[in-house]
Design a protein around this ligand. Structure first.
Ligand code: 5GP
Ligand code: MN
Length: 345
């Protein structure tokens, strides 16, 4: 953060803080928010975390979860008042205000000092203080670095460390993605020193599936995976009926896209899902193919170079058609990567 001294001074008196994060928060979004919330509470601020929507059950173990206000679950008025009265609003793990739905305009119009902490590409310029780095693996990594820069790591504890570790673990794909830097490992080691229980967090996030979810993944792998070897692309298209059939809950489709990306020779992987509000898309890529640019150009989305999301107001069928028809324009980029796909090897 450029103006760290004035940021520290700003936080040296008690503030009424609202922390918010993106639509359908993931472990980095929620872990950063609850980790920062616990830290700021220890510094004597009053802090409320407001999420635009609900989030997966496998994140409910995080300390402070019970006090989170979910905006679209009948808490619109309360959220609006909290935002209006806030003296500080922290925006974590997103950098375009449309990513927080109706909350976006409330935050934009609020008189509070706004703080952006994020690692997504092409940020919007709305914050008074900003710690933004697209090279950071996770927002949780930036939160840790900010606390370290403020020389206040003595306030860290095992609950905060678990929250921040969860964000780093998931946004690096368990230390597998190219964003897994030396700094990531150093910070992880530090978080373990402050009490992060890496085995516990991994179990809570990855190994608490419902049987419905496991069966859904089996079904999707068997029946719903389309591979287009000529474009080095693989995708799943999932209907609303299929979600219902497997009693799908928020978070149950998370990670599905990685099975498509894990096929040898694939450059682009997608999951296209008919959610009630819109058709939602998750994109992943290998190498130089930018799914951030792809999602931004065609599906009102964005994210990172190798992991992004988007949406479409067309039907599932039309969206899949559009997705497939776009691939030819990207053929050269899609074919740059590695070996061709051999379906029967
Ligand atoms: P996921 O596929 O896991 O939902 O999202 C992948 C990455 O892209 C995450 O970092 C997520 O925050 C970001 N992302 C997902 N959907 C959108 C979107 O509609 N717009 C933008 N700007 N980013 C998105
Ligand atoms: Mn993140």
């Amino acid at each position: 953060m450029q103006n760290l001294a004035s940021f520290k001074e700003f936080l040296s008196v008690p503030q009424k803080v609202v922390i918010t994060t993106h639509h359908k928060p993931d472990a980095d979004a929620l872990g950063s928010s609850l980790g920062l919330a616990a830290f700021l509470k220890k510094k004597g601020h009053s802090v409320t975390v407001i999420t635009p929507t609900d989030y997966p059950r496998f994140l409910h173990w995080m300390k402070g979860n019970d006090e989170v206000i979910v905006f679209n679950e009948g808490n619109e008025q309360q959220s609006a008042s909290l935002i209006e009265e806030a003296t500080a609003i922290f925006c974590l793990d997103f950098s375009n205000l449309h990513r927080i739905n109706e909350l976006g305009e409330l935050v934009r119009n609020a008189s509070a000092t706004k703080v952006l902490i994020d690692h997504h590409e092409e940020p919007e310029d709305f914050a008074d203080f900003s710690k933004w780095d697209k090279k950071a693996a996770a927002t949780a990594e930036l939160i840790y670095m900010l606390i370290r820069d403020m020389e206040e790591t003595d306030l860290l504890d095992p609950d905060i460390a678990d929250c921040l570790y969860a964000g780093i673990m998931t946004d690096t794909g368990s230390f597998k993605h190219p964003n897994t830097t030396r700094n990531v490992h150093i910070i992880t080691a530090d978080l373990m020193e402050y009490g992060a229980d890496v085995s516990k967090v991994s179990k809570l996030i990855y190994d608490t599936n419902s049987l419905d979810r496991v069966r859904f993944i089996g079904y999707a792998l068997n029946e719903k995976l389309t591979v287009l070897p000529e474009y080095r692309t693989a995708y799943f298209a999932i209907s609303a009926e299929e979600l219902k059939r497997f009693n799908s809950k928020t978070g149950d489709t998370e990670g599905l896209v990685n099975y498509a990306l894990g096929i040898e020779g694939i450059t682009l992987a997608a999951v296209i899902i008919d959610r009630t509000e819109a058709v939602k898309m998750s994109f992943r890529s290998v190498g130089d193919f930018s799914v951030n640019k792809f999602a931004r150009a065609h599906f009102e989305g964005g994210g990172h170079k190798n992991a992004a999301g988007g949406k479409s107001d067309d039907s599932l069928e039309k969206t899949v058609e559009k997705f497939e028809s776009l691939l030819d324009d990207y053929k050269d980029q899609l074919l740059q990567n590695g070996k061709p796909i051999n379906e029967h090897a």
